[in-house]
Design a protein around this ligand. Structure first.
Ligand code: MG
Length: 386
């Protein structure tokens, strides 16, 4: 990368990165290393390497345990200038091995493989600080009160304004951090790279990290905190009668009968609206859009859905919607792609987060005799952080 020296002239600085992935990740309760866990379509390690694939990083070494080496090499092969080396029995030995494998460069960025929410801005800020001051350690002000506990069990207060939670990336002048690790005794109990740097007589300097830049440690970190998820269910049924249009999910379906109701009686949209409202802890559609109110006479349920989505998304993100329509006739499968597309537009989420299936009742009951259609829906919402 190009950088400015103190006198303002530009010069090229070579930057290498060491991604430490040699841990076992036992606290997550997974049978495999947490950096190989998939969040969406990508593994934790791919999320990290995506962010490190930036114009200001020239080469990257991923430090792996012997156990995970082949899986990590497979991922590394997807990226340019990424190689893999084996770690040691402690984190410090693993970082030492990573720095050796990296080879000579001006600046070394050291990062935990289990921090996938790091941003290019944080990395860049740590590099800039290392170019200017010799080091740049990502950190955030401590939000918990932290006490020092003495041997007698009594707690002593520490001034919180002076305390920071230390994260990675931790970025250094390569020759200095390499020297610091070379001098570190084998049995030294250090918890991070800036401590190693400090023990060698250097003064680490902090840069702004982020509270989102968490290190995945427990299963809750990987799978999200349950309190942030809200699940909703909805159900509706309408009678099928002649001389009415059949509308499902906002799509008009050719049929000799349609659903009877105050609105257009789109039974699928009604079930979905009730699922969303239930998850958000709001009153149901019978309360919001009463069938005694002439404003809703013959109205398209899609316009009601738009109103419901607007209410719900004040406080929640819609993650997924899943629904099943129960009808003996007509055959609905040819219409499902169009219905998903129509719902996607109204819900403001991708079609792959919306599923609609269709079933019959094997000719049992009022639905089986072709006199009604029912729909069930469920959804997942996530609370919006403020
Ligand atoms: Mg209804």
């Amino acid at each position: 990368m190009k950088s400015k020296t103190d006198n303002g002239s530009a010069r090229f600085v070579s930057v290498g990165a060491v991604i430490v992935c040699a841990g076992k990740g036992e606290r997550t309760g997974l049978a495999y290393n947490k950096i190989l866990h998939r969040i969406g379509r990508k593994t934790v390690l791919e999320a990290v390497l995506d962010t490190f694939s930036s114009p200001f990083i020239d080469k990257t070494v991923v430090v792996s345990s012997a156990r995970d080496r082949s899986a990590i090499e497979e991922i590394a092969a997807l990226y340019k200038n990424v190689t893999v080396c084996e770690g040691g029995s402690t984190r410090a030995q693993s970082v030492g091995n990573g720095l050796c494998a990296l080879g000579m460069c001006d600046i070394a960025v050291i990062h935990d493989g289990a921090r996938p929410f790091v941003t290019q801005d944080i990395i860049k800020e740590s590099i800039d600080s290392a170019v200017k001051y010799g080091s740049g350690i990502a950190a955030v002000p401590a939000t918990d009160t932290i006490k020092r506990v003495g041997g007698d069990g009594t707690a002593h207060s520490l001034p919180r304004a002076e305390l920071y939670n230390i994260q990675t990336p931790q970025t250094f002048v390569y020759s200095q951090i390499k020297h610091a690790y070379d001098c570190l005794p084998d049995n030294a109990a250090v918890t991070d790279d800036s401590e190693v740097f400090e023990l060698a007589g250097f003064a680490p300097r902090l840069v702004r990290g982020s509270y989102d830049n968490i290190k995945i440690t427990t299963a809750a970190d990987l799978f999200g905190l349950p309190k942030k998820l809200r699940i909703g269910v909805g159900f509706d049924v309408h009678r099928l009668v002649p001389q009415r249009a059949l509308v499902l999910g906002g799509v008009k379906i050719e049929y000799d009968r349609g659903l009877l109701g105050h609105s257009d009686a789109d039974v699928l949209v009604h079930a979905i609206m009730d699922a969303l409202l239930s998850a958000a802890g709001l009153p149901d559609i019978g309360v919001l859009f009463p069938d005694t109110d002439d404003r809703y006479l013959g109205i398209s349920s899609m316009s009601l859905l738009t109103e419901v989505v607007s209410k719900v998304t004040d406080n929640y993100g819609i993650q997924s919607v899943s629904a099943v329509v129960t009808a003996q006739q007509p055959k609905l499968s040819p219409h499902i792609p169009l219905i998903r597309k129509s719902l996607s537009d109204a819900l403001g989420i991708e079609t792959d987060k919306i599923n609609v299936s269709a079933t019959t009742t094997e000719k049992l009951g009022i639905i089986g005799s072709g006199d009604a259609i029912a729909a069930d829906a469920s959804c997942i919402l996530t609370e919006i952080d403020r």
